[in-house]
Write a protein that binds this ligand. Structure first.
Ligand SMILES: N[C@@H](CCC[C@H](N)C(=O)O)C(=O)O
Length: 262
């Protein structure tokens, strides 16, 4: 039996188990272990689990697993939470450069310590699938506009798109948007959780980019986004071809800590 000290964090309701693995004691967690730890009835409960590893060239390395226990692609809200965790561990102060699965990331933390601006990868390619936009912001996303998002069955609609002939094999995260005038309201069905989550950081980043392109907006842009778990903001530059200087900004809070035996 292994005892694992952990912390639970959340960023706009997207929640994660954080484990300090600088000792490398938890390298061998299996898919089954991670799935159980993330289970909301038989485990701690979370949308994903992250190991914070040491790295020779960066402040730390983020290794992200989805709630199904499998290695995920980039998680934006997870990235913001692991930065807050690194600060809690006194590994960093107000700024950091760390490594994630999609490459290096820079982030800065607010003076209060519970707000993190995380730089995301530059994006150039946006494809279409009917009226939907398809893009990769570190994770693959399908972005589609709807009316009356409050009443949409996001689980059913997201499940059908994620499991259709085009996306079944590799999966995709499905984001539904309603334009509220001063902000977008977004709900996401997440691959790897296989359910709706309260927020998806790479998802809202994809939404901000897809909608800027669709609405012909260029220059230095700042897009507020409302999700089920709170408010996020995407700051970026768009020259009509490339999205650069992209920052996912929002809350990242420690909820509780403890230890668990598996
Ligand atoms: N919640 C995440 C997205 C996590 C990655 C995703 N589920 C996948 O592997 O496709 C976020 O905040 O970006």
């Amino acid at each position: 039996m292994t005892t694992i000290p952990f912390y639970k964090y959340q960023g706009a309701g997207n929640d994660f188990i954080l484990i300090d693995n600088r000792s490398q004691n938890f390298n061998n967690l299996s898919t089954k272990d991670i799935k159980k730890l993330c289970d909301r009835r038989f485990g701690i409960g979370a949308d994903g689990l992250m190991l914070l590893n040491s790295h020779a060239d960066y402040d730390f390395e983020m290794r992200y697993f989805n709630a199904d226990g499998r290695l995920g692609s980039m998680c934006g809200n997870g990235g913001r939470c692991i930065v807050a965790f690194a600060k809690h561990l006194n590994l960093i102060t107000m700024e950091t450069n760390f490594l994630a699965v999609d490459g290096p990331h820079y982030a800065k933390i607010s003076a209060e310590g519970n707000w993190v601006d995380l730089q995301m990868i530059d994006v150039e390619e946006i494809f279409t699938d009917g009226a939907a936009s398809i893009l990769n912001t570190g994770s693959p996303h399908y972005v589609t506009q709807v009316t009356d998002l409050e009443d949409l069955d996001v689980y059913q609609a997201g499940f059908e798109i994620r499991n259709n002939d085009t996306y079944r094999e590799n999966g995709i995260n499905v984001n539904f948007i309603e334009d509220k005038g001063d902000r977008f309201f977004v709900r996401t069905f997440e691959r790897g959780v296989e359910d709706e989550t309260f927020a998806c950081g790479t998802g809202v980043t994809a939404v901000a980019m897809a909608m800027a392109k669709k609405n012909g907006k260029t220059g230095k842009l700042s897009q507020p986004i409302q999700v089920k778990g709170g408010e996020l903001r995407i700051d970026f530059n768009y020259d009509g071809t490339l999205f650069s200087d992209v920052f996912l900004c929002g809350p990242a809070e420690r909820v509780f800590g403890g230890s668990v035996s598996i």
